[in-house]
Write a protein that binds this ligand. Sequence first.
Ligand SMILES: Nc1ncnc2c1ncn2[C@@H]1O[C@H](COP(=O)(O)OP(=O)(O)OP(=O)(O)O)[C@@H](O)[C@H]1O
Ligand SMILES: [Mg+2]
Length: 357
Amino acid sequence: MEIKEVKLNNFRNYSQAKIDFKNGLNFIVGKNAQGKTNLLESIYISSIGKSPRIRKDKLIIKFGEERAKIDIDFFTLAGKKNIQIFLDKQNKKAIKINNLNVLKLTELVGCLSVVYFSPDELKLIKEVPEDRRTFLDISISQFDKNYLYNLLKYDKILRQRNTILKSNESINSKIEQLKLFTPQLVDTAEKIILKRLEFVENLRPIAKEIHKKITLDEDLEIEYSYRPNDKPIKEDLSEQFEKIINKEIELGYTCLGPHRDDLEFKINGLDCKNFASQGQQRTVALVVKLSLMEVIKNEINEYPILLLDDVLSELDLARQNRLLEFSTKYQTLITCTNLPETNLPYNEIKIENGAVL
Ligand SMILES: Nc1ncnc2c1ncn2[C@@H]1O[C@H](COP(=O)(O)OP(=O)(O)OP(=O)(O)O)[C@@H](O)[C@H]1O
Ligand SMILES: [Mg+2]
C-alpha cells in the first residue's frame, strides 16, 4: 500500500494542511511539539478507527473548533482508495470509504493497513498482558475479518457469563445457566486461540531472523501462553472450566480463556519482561513490528504502511542503519527531530507549527 496524500482540517494543531508522501522512506522532520506525531496519529485513526494515544476522539479536534476532518488518498493492489474521518464535538464520528458511509468500525479495519511503532509501544514487552492481547487482536484483525467478529462475539458472551457469575442467584441456578453459556464461550474461544496460535507460528521465524540481523548475536523466541496438548482446544477448555466452576462462582468472573492469555518474549532463553535491558526491549518491540509487516504482506499480498514515531533517536547508529535498510522495502513514515545520516533515497517533509514548510 502507498499513501499519496493526507489532508487535515482542524485536526490537533493542524488548521488546514495537505501533506504529500512518496514511495519508500519518508522522514517527517521538525522540532518538538510541531505536529509530527499528530500526523502519524491521523493516519493510524484512518486505519484502526481510533487513536493509539487517547480514548476520547473529541479531544483531537483542534482547540476552539467544532469539527475536524482527516482525508487520505492511498493506493492498494485493488486501486486508488480514499478514507475520510469526520469528528464532531456534538455528534458521533462518521467514516467514509470512497465517499460511501461506513456504518460499523469493523468495515474500516483492514482497508488501509498500517503497522505503528512509537516509544510507547515498549508496553508490548514491559506492561500488562492486555497490551499484548491488544497487539494480537489489532494485528490479526487487519487481515482477518472473521477474527474480529469472533472477538466481538466472545466479548459479548463473556460479559453475559460474568453477569451470571456475579449475580445474587443461588449456586444451582448459576450452574444451570452456565451450562448454556460455557459451551458458547468455549466454541468462540477455540476459534480465537487457533487463529492466535497460527499468527504466532507465522510471526516467530520471521521475528527470529530479523532480530538476528539487527542484533547480530541474539536469539529471539516468541510464544503464546496457551499451549495446545493432544486434546482438541474445545475439549481441553471445557474440562478446565468444569474443574474451576466453584472457584469462578466464588470469584464472580470468568478465569479462563483468550481474554486472560498472554504472549511471551525471550532473548537467549531469558524472559524479556524481567531480564532484557531497555535497549533490548525496544529492539524486540521494533522487530515484532517489522515482522508484522511481513506477516500481513503474506496474508494480503501487499505491504502495509510502516509508521515509526521517534524511533531513531533511541537506537545506536548501527541499529539505526540496519532499521532504515529494512524500511526501504515498503512505504515508511518516520518522524525525527533531525534528518539521520543515510545514503538511502528518501523524501523529506518539514513540519512546523502544524504546517508543512
Ligand atoms: N486538540 C488539539 N488542538 C490543538 N493543538 C493540539 C491538540 N492536541 C495536541 N495539540 C498540540 O499539538 C502539538 C504537537 O504535538 P505532536 O505530538 O504532534 O508533536 P511532535 O512534533 O511529535 O513533537 P515531539 O518531537 O516532541 O514528539 C503539541 O504542542 C500539542 O499541544
Ligand atoms: Mg512526537
